[in-house]
Design a protein around this ligand. Sequence first.
Ligand code: PLP
Length: 287
Amino acid sequence: MNSEIVYLNGQFLPADQARISVFDRGFLFADSVYEVIPYYQGIGFRLQQHLDRLAYSLRAVRIQAEADWVGILDELVQRNGGGNLSVYLQISRGSAGYRTHTYDDSMQPTLFACTSPIRDIYEDGAEQVKGYNVIVTADLRWRRCDIKSTGLLPNILVLQQAREAGADEALLVRDGLLSEGTSSNLFLVRQGVIYTPKRSSEILGGTTRELILELAAEAGIPYQEVDLQPEELDHADEVWVSSSTRGVMPVLSIDGVPVADGLKGPLWQRMFALFTRFQHRLMTGEA
Ligand code: PLP
């Protein structure tokens, strides 16, 4: 039994009373897009950036769904007690009432959102942040990774492979280039410069990736958006991965080999401090 309140097609109701059709295209075909948005103390973190990306994904897959997302998500968070919650929002193309590959615009999209508790990662000091161990493996995903589609089977299988190897995340390689993690963007530091794979259809335009680059620019830390080859990981001073619910995470080892001295690097410490300050400004209404 789950008594959490979820949002489904205009209604707020307990999760165990929410019903969708077995013919929903999200269920049958992963014909759906999603977002994950952290709320800290009831305030959405980079909410507008997430909603902009949602609009981008919807446009890219040609699902038409308009709603007052800010109002819906804020209310959902309040109904679930406010505080620190991760909001999951999914929109599928809806259902034709039977299984068919083709679709038309008469279908009503299915709008769904739920929450789950999260830690406020910025309350912890840098010492509490656990470093990541990662593996490097082939990127088996489709070629529109810029769309936040719920078709996550390749991501799930590779993450499981990482977990079974005792690692926390997998870095993906396609056509000789690093793309990103299974649910995170990738950064590499060398001689004080931050490098990250450039935006393309091979990666998701992460909201945290964007924030890292904004904070770097504000602080005068040089960065470059480039093509990165896996061999460059061997010579990195630091490697980071980023995502909304985990922020910026230091990678301490890759395929069992320590990154530099295997400790959290100085530029990561600085970026973590910039994140923490940004978070504080957000909470006090200054950002
Ligand atoms: N890349 C992928 C494949 C992801 O699934 C995610 C987040 O889930 C990210 C990157 C990071 O995006 P964001 O920082 O917006 O959470």
